[in-house]
Design a protein around this ligand. Sequence first.
Ligand code: HEM
Ligand SMILES: [Cu+2]
Length: 536
Amino acid sequence: MSRHRLAAANIGVAVAAFAVASAMGVLQAMSIADIEFPYRTEPLYYLAVTAHGVLMALVFTTFFIMGLGYALSEACLDRITGRRTAWFAFWLALVGTVLTAQTILRGQSSVLYTFYPPLQAHPIFYIGATLLIVGSWIWGGVVIASFRSWRREHPGVPAPLAIHGMLVTIVVWYLATAGLAAEVVGMLIPWSLGWFETIDPVVARTYFWWFGHPLVYFWLLPAYVLWYTVLPTVAGGRLFSDPLARMAFILFVLLSTPVGFHHQFADPGISASWKFAHTISTYAILYPSFVTAFTVIASLEIAGRMKGATGLFNWIGRLPWSDPFFASVALAMISFTFGGFGGAINAAFAMNTMVHNTAWIMGHFHITLGTTVALSFMGATYWLLPRLLGRELRLPALARIQPYLWFVGMALFSISYHVAGLRGMPRRVYSGALNGAYGAEWAGLADIAAIGGTILFVSALAFVTVVAVTWISGRRIEAPAFELAVPLRPVTTMGLWDRLGLWTIVAILLVALAYAYPLLSLLSHERFGSPPYQPF
Ligand code: HEM
Ligand SMILES: [Cu+2]
């Protein structure tokens, strides 16, 4: 246990945040379906949506990723350089999370997880979130320091693939959070403290989406690390190609950030040509995800064939569908084919106007973030716990059905909201019935989504129960090794895709290219600003 305490602590916080947020999720789905339950009010609905979004999208993900980074650093590099600093980062991020969570739960910060001004939260909401981010910056620094220490002892050897992927994740995170820091430290904190009277919503949103899209890749890349480096072993096969994986990761460094305007198609003040430029880079970034799908599926085919499959598709049946890690990741990947398809629709200007701010968007990000990423992380937790805690996984039967339950619940939830969105149902509404007769077009759909939400909640409860029972009373065992995937052809010399420093510089230039002119042009107009609006 002791070597992995840091990783275990971070993952523990992630699971706790997930548990609280899941309970809120099901209540929101019921509220939208206009199902009455005690204490259901509009202010509580917006409080819950804010808490759910922040705890899921920012807290669960960030803490899990930090835990995974430490676990892989121990496993692949045999060290964490700066362990005390890493504990400091953990406590800083935890204190920040508690500060932010309590202003939300007191009803002082119902600004949703996007916190768009002029909605104004309590200053502690922004300050707590800043501490969480600073904690994650220190985490990145510790993983980089561990890598550099390893590098001094292993000159000229390519980084282990899992570490290559985590380093890429950290670079993407630094590039992303630069935009967030500009928004939160430069604008929101001073404004919430009353130092400025007005705020510029378009400028703030531009900084937010500079952060908000690469945020998606900060979530997704650790999932890809698991798909490339753990899944082939669990499936009983080999990694199809190591260089292809390294290339895909580097393409994410380059393309994750200069795409943010695809969230701002409806915003005035940004020219159509800049929106078009970001559309092109958005389509470009689909490519490394296609490469990932190809490489990972090829690795699974190898696994099936190593077990004796000879037909065109019968290797699929030879895969370990009853292993909770395998099932979670496989279902996560299936969800991503639909999520990616929806993403390509969102990125097309004309179709975006059809789905913008509708329930479609909820349907979309619950199959991508809420399933592709979250289900991969849940599955990885089953795989990690015995290795981190030295305890056998308890309630294995529950762990085995949990991913399938999530998949079924999500299908009902997500398909209904996609369709309801196309029929015009807005997102972030207390009740889908508020629109009177028009709402009848989507009433049945909101009901099905609430049933899906209930199944999701049951699945979440199953996951949290397995984790808690294992943690408290799992039988003590010798911790299994981190057996990471062996590529068909091992890579022994450094190549172009290992030059992370160089690619980071190119990425910084691309961010400057994508944002300098639009931001300067926004700021050079006469700005009026908006007074704050404090919800409830
Ligand atoms: C128990 C499973 C879950 C249920 C029942 C659920 C349900 C919901 C519902 C009903 C909404 C409100 C949407 C609206 O009114 O616009 C929502 C929002 C959201 N959910 Fe979930 N969700 C679940 C899991 C997740 C997971 C695993 C994640 C991510 C890791 C996630 C991330 C979000 C985010 C970011 C929002 C947006 C909040 C906002 O609009 O500010 N959810 N969820
Ligand atoms: Cu995006």
